[in-house]
Design a protein. Sequence first.
Length: 128
Amino acid sequence: MVKEFNYRGKSISELKILDLREFSKFLPSRKRRSLLRQTESIEKFLKQCEKKAEKGKSIRTHRRNIIIVPQMVGLTINVYNGKEFISIEIVEEMLGHRLGEFAQTRGKIQHGTPGIGATRSSAFLSVK
């Protein structure tokens, strides 16, 4: 028994039918205002995604601030994190978030052993 995904009481198929302005009514206030300002750029991005998907090309973008809308669900988008493109599979739970939230810009730091001179006890060791 698989539970069907609902976003604020609407199924994903109902959300895909909605216009971006109608979908924005289901978002929290900050994301809603941002989506309403970005409507043209998101529509342009979606058209580019459709064209590249038809040709079989991968979708690559530097635009980390785009809000994920229902029309993007199911797409695989490569988002630039400042060093490389991170492949992101868009799923229903990502609705309303931004693309950049899923492509981390800072990695986990693993420190090695301290070098010569890093501590007081190692300051007087010979370099040989």
